[in-house]
Design a protein around this ligand. Structure first.
Ligand code: ADP
Length: 548
């Protein structure tokens, strides 16, 4: 047996504080612009951000916070939240970002499951904190992200963040932490059962930041002005607060106003070149830009993910506005980035239609993520763009178990994502469903995402969900549930006729139901289980019991 030869490099563990220290030292003048809750813009630099993050770390020490303790945030995208990301994790505690859009009981469950000792909150959530506090007796303190003058009237005794910082001088050396120690804690949105925690490490967060900044991912540089619409309470805003520090980009943070008008004005004013968010947000933005007949004067590219990006949206961005759309797939359990859709040199030489088809998919795996699709017997399926299978992943920023759970979810060392997908000869992933949402008709799978994409390409349709409905002959058949655009109309027959030639005949829904709104999770995803429940007794035309 041979002994491994060890390399002779410096022993410097990967710590997230190094990302901020780098930004402060080498791109210190690059700006961070935040829309505050009061509505005005706050401006400072990465250098200022590091100083205040250090003051926060000192304040945590003064409060007696120990390494590894969880410090939670309930906050919008803003400069104080960035300070919390780095101040908490850089100090060696764990920054636990909570989604304030969850129900109060769910948040209380998460706070106690995580055993959070302090909670930093934006003042918009004062009422929520008052409702939460009695249910969270182990929380030692609630810290309002504001100064004394703006402290809201509350039942809960609270501390002022600015007062805590003002007591510190910022003269602080970031500790060198074990790179495998915990950095951030994010809970899944819990569509079924209780939310589950994904606990990242300093190593995984830094490696993910490298991956996110790469040219075939976000492609971030010192020349970018970056606006994450994706909330910092959702999967670390897809890693943007880390990747933009690594890249030295300007950061633009939209606060609580995520409507089309507010976003558009901020993008234009701050010359935003890159943005990222879920399709719902872009729907609002595109509607506004169309209404006022404007163009994007600086926006070059945007990542769309979290749910499938409808091809119609991709086409509007690219053709009408000249904005590159990068369709991406990932999940909380993978920090979250997994695949991104960008063409390689050879693919850019193909006919436009072939290029478009590829860009509509979720793309190829980035370095750091290995993926495969497996069939029911657990065997890997071919990359032919046809075979559907359960998508499994592995890599240094993929969790191997949930926080405070001993059971490993892994299957042969791979994490089962719960998504069903195809992978084509180009290695491009196409998500067809969540495994619990699949429609199985006559033993064959129908992609509900593909069926929905056709519906939303119809000018009268604002949103659509395709769900399985029981059928005596085929077991399940697709039902399309549709929300119409304001003032628009289309009949069931017209909509079904619209499918002709766009999908396989047997994928065309058997029926259409028109509703005023669709149920969504706190992260904006369709709640199909709820919808299935709602339409449990729906009788499809022709689905007569006993008919065959
Ligand atoms: P995020 O919303 O940031 O991707 P979540 O953990 O909340 O992270 O949700 C992950 C799930 O969202 C995935 O497992 C997948 O079902 C769905 N999803 C994410 N991105 C896409 C996409 N581009 N297309 C289809 N589904 C997606």
């Amino acid at each position: 047996m041979t002994t491994p030869l060890f390399g002779q490099m410096m022993d410097m563990p990967l710590n997230v504080s190094a990302l901020l220290a780098h930004a402060a030292r080498y791109n210190g003048d690059a700006g961070i612009v935040s829309r505050r809750i009061e509505g005005d813009l706050h401006r400072y630099t990465w250098r200022d951000c590091e100083r205040r993050a250090k003051q926060l770390a000192q304040a945590l020490a003064a409060l007696g916070v120990q390494r590894g303790e969880r410090i939670a945030t309930l906050a919008w995208n803003g400069y104080r939240h960035v300070e919390a990301y780095y101040g908490v994790a850089g100090y060696g505690a764990v920054c636990h970002t909570i989604n304030p859009r969850l129900f109060c009981d769910q948040i209380a469950y998460i706070v106690s499951h995580a055993d959070d000792s302090y909670v930093l909150f934006d003042t918009t959530f004062a009422a929520l904190v008052d409702a939460l506090a009695p249910q969270c007796p182990k929380v030692r303190g609630w810290i309002a992200l504001t100064d004394e003058a703006h402290l809201p009237a509350m039942q809960t005794p609270v501390l002022s963040y600015e007062t805590l910082l003002a007591a510190q001088d910022g003269e602080f050396d970031w500790p060198v932490l074990d790179e495998l120690s915990a950095s951030y804690l994010c809970y899944t949105s819990g569509t079924t059962g209780n939310p589950k925690g994904a606990l990242y490490t300093h190593r995984s967060s830094v490696l993910h930041a490298f991956g996110a900044a790469m040219p075939d991912a976000m492609g971030l540089s010192t020349r970018d002005s970056v606006l994450p619409v994706v909330p910092m309470f959702h999967v670390n805003a897809w890693g943007i607060p880390h990747a933009s520090a690594l890249a030295g980009s300007k950061l633009v943070l939209p606060g609580k106003d995520l409507d089309g008008k507010s976003l558009y004005e901020l993008m234009e004013a701050e010359r935003v070149t890159f943005s990222a968010g879920v399709p719902t947000v872009w729907m609002g933005l595109l509607r506004h830009v169309k209404e006022i007949g404007a163009k994007f004067s600086s926006l070059e590219r945007t990542i769309i993910g979290g749910s499938a990006c409808p091809p119609a949206m991709l086409a509007t961005f690219q053709q009408d506005y000249g904005v590159e759309v990068i369709h991406a797939w990932g999940m909380t359990e993978m920090s979250p980035l997994g695949t991104l859709s960008k063409l390689n040199f050879e693919q850019t030489q193909r006919p436009p239609e072939a290029q478009r088809k590829l860009l509509e998919k979720q793309g190829r795996a980035m370095f750091g993520v290995d993926m495969k699709i497996v069939g029911e017997d657990g065997h890997e399926l071919p990359w032919d763009g046809v075979a559907f299978g359960d998508l499994h992943v592995r890599g240094p920023w993929v969790i191997d178990r949930y926080f405070r759970s001993d059971a490993s979810p892994l299957v042969d060392g791979w994490f089962p994502t719960g998504d069903v997908a195809t992978i084509d000869q180009d290695g491009f992933l196409n998500i067809t469903d969540r495994s619990k949402d699949v429609i199985k008709s006559g033993g064959e799978w129908i992609s509900s995402i593909d069926v929905e994409n056709v519906a939303v390409a119809h000018p009268a349709v604002a949103e659509a969900a395709c769900i399985a409905c029981a059928h005596p002959k085929w077991t399940e058949r697709p039902l399309l549930v549709v929300v119409l655009r304001e003032g628009a109309s289309v009949t069931r027959e017209e909509l079904l006729a619209f499918y002709q030639g766009k999908v396989a005949k047997w994928w065309i829904p058997d029926d259409v139901a028109f509703v005023d709104e669709l149920p969504h999770t706190a992260t904006g995803k369709l709640q199909k289980l709820k919808l299935r429940d709602q339409f449990r007794d729906h009788k499809l035309p022709g689905a007569v019991e006993g008919a065959a």
